[in-house]
Ligand binder design. Structure first.
Ligand code: V47
Length: 377
């Protein structure tokens, strides 16, 4: 673990104040966040973030062996940011029968997955029972696999449809076998931006309150931020500080995942893609502002394996997992592979000078006795 203080150098005078705070272990302000976003000295910003990352996680970088399952792309929300959702009965729409979802869970690489990551559209007719049965069926078939399922947006939607409160909805999902929740749907909390990119789903405060209730129900979750569209630096800082405030109360967030907007096939297709520098800076600023989040994830599927690898020296300590089949980014133009094998994830990490540790969803180290595994449906 690197703990000694190395000399910090930059010509950007605003960063000296930030650096002093970082070295003193003091919390950064919104103004500091803006200075980090505004600095042209990306190496200095990254150096500070790396310093914090190494104090928290040493040289370890995490990955996991997971499988994404998207049971339906039918969605009533019609978010402008999204290329995945379809209206019911329109071309390209699908909804998996339960058997089909369970078969999907079992298919793919031979390496034993430790996590199912399950998210989907807001389907107007699927009953709450479908989701409970989906999870129950997975638990019966794959009792060892952690089920990380349903964003705060889906939870709020399911609660309305089932005429339950959010805590009641969470309790039922937990009883069925949900072990934790992914971080999607947060987008950008600022109303001005949310009205344009995702008008028909819960607002920022509702997302944060749902997360709070999930944590109170004993479910850990992740948190995300969608950047690189119409938001500005103030919106990003506001988003990060709102997450930090909830985390102060609940300590229920495990990892923060900045998600770069992919414009292809969305109504915002005219917007340019993010650049490597923006992606790297976002990782670094997240690490520095979110002082109470244990982990920052550079999701390789979204930022490419090459950028994710560099991010491991700019504040990130996790690159996510094997994934196997990804729809949300690939519908929006991602060109990354659909999945990656365990040994390839380990190579990426090792070549970044980090020590690869396979984790489960709760960041416990996984030990494998053999590399292959077959599952009977
Ligand atoms: O909620 C949708 C985003 C999220 C686009 O918790 C888009 O471990 C970019 O949340 N361009 C789903 N982003 C993915 C997600 C996630 C991914 C990996 C790990 C975890 C975790 C969570 O993807 C959505 C939305 O914010 N999204 N469309 C798009 N066109």
């Amino acid at each position: 673990m690197t703990t000694e203080r190395r000399p910090f150098q930059t010509d950007d005078s605003r960063l000296h104040r930030v650096a002093d705070k970082v070295f003193a272990g003091e919390r950064l302000s919104a103004e500091d966040g803006l200075a980090l976003y505004g600095s042209s000295d990306i190496l200095a910003v990254g150096w500070l973030a790396n310093n914090v990352r190494e104090k928290l996680q040493g040289d370890v970088a995490y990955f996991n062996v997971n499988r994404h399952i998207n049971p339906t792309n039918v969605c009533v929300a019609a978010c402008r940011l999204c290329a995945f959702g379809r209206k019911k009965d329109t071309p390209g729409s699908y909804t998996m029968a339960l058997e089909q979802a369970w078969e999907t869970a079992a298919s793919g690489y031979s390496e034993a997955v430790t996590e199912f990551h399950i998210v989907g559209g807001l389907h107007p007719d699927l009953p709450f029972e479908y989701f409970l049965d989906l999870v129950r069926g997975l638990k019966v078939r794959f009792p060892q696999v952690h089920i990380k399922a349903f964003t705060m947006v889906e939870i709020a939607f399911l609660a309305k449809r089932a005429k339950l409160t959010i805590p009641q909805t969470l309790e039922k999902l937990k009883e069925a076998g949900v072990d934790s929740m992914p971080g999607g749907g947060a987008e950008i909390f600022a109303d001005r931006v949310r009205h344009i990119i995702c008008d028909h789903k819960i607002d920022g405060d509702e997302w944060l309150e749902t997360a709070r209730m999930a944590h109170q129900a004993g479910l850990k979750s992740n948190a995300t931020m969608l950047y690189g569209h119409i938001e500005n630096d103030e919106d990003r800082v506001d988003h990060l500080l709102k997450l930090r405030a909830v985390q102060d109360d609940t300590h229920g967030f495990q990892t923060f995942i900045p998600l770069a907007f992919h414009p292809d096939n969305t109504p915002l297709e005219h917007l340019p893609r993010t650049t490597g520098l923006t992606d790297i800076r976002q990782i670094a600023v997240s690490r520095l502002l979110l002082d109470n989040f244990p982990h920052i994830k550079a999701y390789w599927q979204m930022m490419t394996a090459k950028i994710a690898q560099i991010a491991l020296r700019f504040g990130a300590d996790d690159i996510d997992g094997t994934v196997i089949e990804e729809k949300i980014y690939h519908d929006a133009g991602a060109t990354t592979p659909q999945g990656m094998r365990r040994q390839d994830l380990m190579r990426l990490i090792t070549e970044a000078g980090r020590v690869p540790v396979e984790r489960d969803t709760l960041y416990r180290a996984v030990t494998r006795t053999e590399d292959s595994f077959t599952v009977a449906v």
